[in-house]
Design a protein around this ligand. Structure first.
Ligand SMILES: *[C@@H]1O[C@H](CO)[C@@H](O)[C@H](O)[C@H]1NC(C)=O
Ligand SMILES: *[C@@H]1O[C@H](CO)[C@@H](O)[C@H](O)[C@H]1NC(C)=O
Ligand SMILES: *[C@@H]1O[C@H](CO)[C@@H](O)[C@H](O)[C@H]1NC(C)=O
Ligand SMILES: *[C@@H]1O[C@H](CO)[C@@H](O)[C@H](O)[C@H]1NC(C)=O
Ligand SMILES: *[C@@H]1O[C@H](CO)[C@@H](O)[C@H](O)[C@H]1NC(C)=O
Ligand SMILES: *[C@@H]1O[C@H](CO)[C@@H](O)[C@H](O)[C@H]1NC(C)=O
Length: 391
């Protein structure tokens, strides 16, 4: 399945006729501190102790979020059964995906098993939940350098494309069910922070995180006709060459110690599918978008003050190509960054940019803001009141 085709199909099928012409707005200002109808709530903090055996680590979070997780899994099951009415798809998930868990690398295999035990959700469905994000995350991420050389990293996590459009509420079913699962996690060893992330409870990879005083990292999906999801299918069929993308970001956040080391690992590790990694460091010039194919880094696009490039910004299209005309979040986001100017860049103004439609859209589950030198990560659950683009 390819995003381009899907967006075209969905457009033709009428979802977007609710939104013609595409709804965009002037750059927002004064949105921070978050309030009003685009702010749905703050995100709870949890601690995960990396000194515990992996199967124990998620217990507290899952105990708290069990009801929300079960509701989400039921919604996914309903969608799958609507798609394949015989129920065969979910049978397959329950029967075959549990076998996959043992092929996943440590500690991810053990953590996933622990989550299944703590939640009572069948193991295959927890595996599906964990694979899921590798496939359907569409986002906006940016790293900007302020006039003092501090790096600010922001992202909108947009998730749930094509997962059940609700005509009445004008919302995506899965996106809405994910919002209550958003958590902030402080991963510790020896009672000291190793890294922090914004995550969905029960998902063991990382999509958004900070290693305080060292680097910040987000991942966006890259749709590619050649790369596709062949690697994931190959993994399931037994050809296990390459790393799951969000497991790599988790390993980098946990074990890399500098921007340079993180950059090298993200650029050089073989992957199961293409991806964009957006990485910020702790000193001037350290911000980049790494465009990956499965095998190699196609391009590293860096902040370059000499060229007037004081920020890098990525949605879901290669930066040297035009975005799909039906899905252009890049131009509005860049317009607002340009309008803000380097002298005014801060968590506050980055939140304004990420609050401007269609950068903020019906898929946006959360906004995260990170300041590496302060060691700060803050996240907010988002809503996009009508009129608002579905993606
Ligand atoms: C959609 O609206 C219906 C009522 O019209 C409500 O019961 C339901 O909870 C809403 N769903 C979401 C996801 O907001
Ligand atoms: C971490 O703190 C808890 C209580 O605050 C203490 O019981 C435990 O021994 C500490 N662990 C380490 C590795 O220091
Ligand atoms: C990080 O490194 C430690 C020590 O080598 C290892 O036990 C752990 O599994 C690694 N973490 C990840 C997520 O790969
Ligand atoms: C930046 O990161 C490097 C590598 O982790 C570290 O040695 C250095 O102290 C950090 N600088 C600041 C200002 O935090
Ligand atoms: C923003 O500024 C950059 C650098 O000057 C420029 O290349 C880009 O076209 C501008 N984009 C928009 C949408 O204004
Ligand atoms: C941005 O910075 C300029 C120059 O420092 C200032 O004049 C302007 O008012 C600022 N704009 C905003 C929106 O803060």
């Amino acid at each position: 399945m390819d995003r381009f085709c899907c967006i075209l199909l969905v457009s033709l099928s009428g979802v977007s006729t609710q939104f013609v012409p595409p709804y965009t707005e002037e750059c927002q200002t004064g949105m921070y501190p978050p309030k009003g109808p685009t702010f749905k709530g703050s995100v709870t903090w949890y601690t995960i102790d990396l000194d515990l055996p992996p199967s124990e680590r998620w217990k507290l979070i899952i105990t708290d979020k069990k009801a929300e997780l079960v509701t989400l899994i039921q919604a996914i099951r309903d969608l799958a059964n609507a798609f394949v009415p015989s129920g065969k798809l979910i049978d397959l998930v329950d029967k075959d995906l549990p076998l996959i868990v043992n092929t996943l690398p440590y500690p991810f295999n053990e953590e996933i098993k622990g989550i299944a035990t703590a939640s009572g959700v069948p193991l295959g469905e927890v595996v599906l939940f964990n694979i899921f994000y590798e496939v359907f995350t569409v986002c906006t991420s940016l790293v900007a350098e302020d006039s003092n050389g501090n790096l600010i990293h922001g992202r909108n996590m947009d998730f749930g494309l094509f997962m059940g459009w609700d005509m009445k509420n004008r919302s995506w079913l899965i996106t809405e069910k994910l919002k209550p699962l958003v958590v902030n996690i402080d991963f510790q060893r020896g009672n000291k922070t190793v890294f922090k992330s914004t995550n969905f409870a029960g998902y063991v990879g990382m999509l958004t995180g900070i290693k305080p005083h060292a680097f910040t990292l987000t991942m966006n999906e890259r749709f590619s006709l050649d790369g596709g999801y062949i690697g994931i299918v190959e993994w399931i069929l037994g050809h296990r060459d390459g790393m799951w993308m969000s497991f790599l970001t988790r390993s980098v956040l946990e074990n890399a110690t500098s921007y340079e080391e993180a950059k090298r690992l993200l650029a050089q590790t073989k992957l199961l599918a293409p991806a964009y990694f957006i990485l910020g460091g702790n000193q001037t010039g350290q911000g980049c978008v790494i465009t990956r194919s499965r095998v190699l880094s196609l391009d590293i696009w860096e902040i370059e003050l000499k060229l007037g490039r004081w920020y890098v910004l990525e949605t879901n299209y290669d930066h040297w190509k035009e975005p799909l005309f039906l899905d252009n979040r890049r131009t509005p986001a860049m317009k607002c960054m340009n309008q803000t100017m380097q002298a005014n860049i801060s968590l506050k103004t980055v939140y304004d940019v990420l609050s401007t439609k269609p950068v903020l859209n019906k898929l946006t589950t959360y906004t995260t803001l990170m300041d590496v030198n302060e060691g700060k990560l803050e996240s907010y659950i988002r809503d996009c009141p009508n009129p608002c683009m579905p993606w």
